[in-house]
Design a protein around this ligand. Sequence first.
Ligand SMILES: Nc1nc2c(ncn2[C@@H]2O[C@H](COP(=O)(O)OP(=O)(O)OP(=O)(O)O)[C@@H](O)[C@H]2O)c(=O)[nH]1
Ligand SMILES: [Mg+2]
Length: 380
Amino acid sequence: MKQAGAESALLVSIDFGDADYRESLEELRLLAQTAGVRTLAAVEARRIRPDAALFAGSGKVREIAEMVERMEIPLVIFNHDLTPAQMRNLTAALNTRVIDRTMLILDIFAQRAQSHEGKVQVELAQLKYLATRLVGLNTDMGQQKFAVGARGPGETQLELDRRKLDKRVHLLKERLEKLKHQRDVQRRSRNRSGVFSVSIVGYTNAGKSTLFNRLTKSSVYVANQLFATLDTTSRRMYAEGEGEIVVSDTVGFIRHLPHGLVAAFRSTLEETIHADLLLHVVDASNPHRDDQVAEVNKVLAEINAGEIPQLLVLNKVDLADMLPGVERDEYGRIVRIFVSAQSGAGLDELRLALSEARDTRLAALQIENQIKQARNEPWD
Ligand SMILES: Nc1nc2c(ncn2[C@@H]2O[C@H](COP(=O)(O)OP(=O)(O)OP(=O)(O)O)[C@@H](O)[C@H]2O)c(=O)[nH]1
Ligand SMILES: [Mg+2]
């Protein structure tokens, strides 16, 4: 087993003819960079479907093995999800450490999670995903200090037997339940007091946190990297008229986010699921913005937030050669807002739109409650 010097890796990406292939490889580079890994080279190939045993073709794997040997590459990152068997076979064939896209994302999450809840969720996701994949791989992994994809449970839990692992998973789940309960209580009391809750959602790096900071005069972490935000932060924002508005900043989404991972972040995403309105932030300057919108909507549907009213916010107009402002449909309803969260252009219009949405919601709530009162039902 070769020793990791500085974290550097070879990327492997197989083109199955998907339309978003290029973009996904670009993202893998960014993900690697975010995880603190230097990309030495990227090996690409085309296939109809993955090889059952090695994912890539055996010729390709031989070629990669030669590169690994020659350049003493300590880490190979596949731009796909590998089955436990593929992971084992590839590790043996390449004689170096192999991780897949999900493990890389999980590693970033492990580095980033700040809140107790976030940490618990990441550890749980890692245990579930890595358990089957890491067992029997190699035992010297714990000695590698900065082993990407092996942080968190990879280092310490590896030696644990199955029973201890199950116990840990059980404990983490219980903890999450408790935290979720606390959140539920908080949210219910907010709902009762008629607070209008807005969740900022969108593709990673779209500018959600920048917008959040602007709207709530906060200073959460902003960075030109993927998954800068992992924890949900909620703050009150000032708005014209009656009634409070609480805004939440949330984790960004990315294509090919594994199903289990979304589920793992359920409790962080609870704020989103229960929001009155979603501000769907899009990087207007990104040529793939339409795909990104579709991807985000897919994940939203997955977490049962697909039916929540959305306001599409096209951000970074300063980079996109677009004008800030509001676009309304034939009934005068706002469909899209063009802003620059960085320069502040279009944000007054956005604040106004939020007050407008809150007023509409409050009016609807009052009518609902009057009906309930008339029927003698408890208020919400
Ligand atoms: N030019 C320009 N850059 C912006 C704008 N809004 C945000 N950015 C930049 O875009 C990058 C990402 O911004 P964030 O606010 O961290 O994005 P995010 O959506 O919260 O990202 P994640 O938390 O990683 O999902 C940062 O480098 C910001 O400075 C904008 O309106 N114009
Ligand atoms: Mg963010």
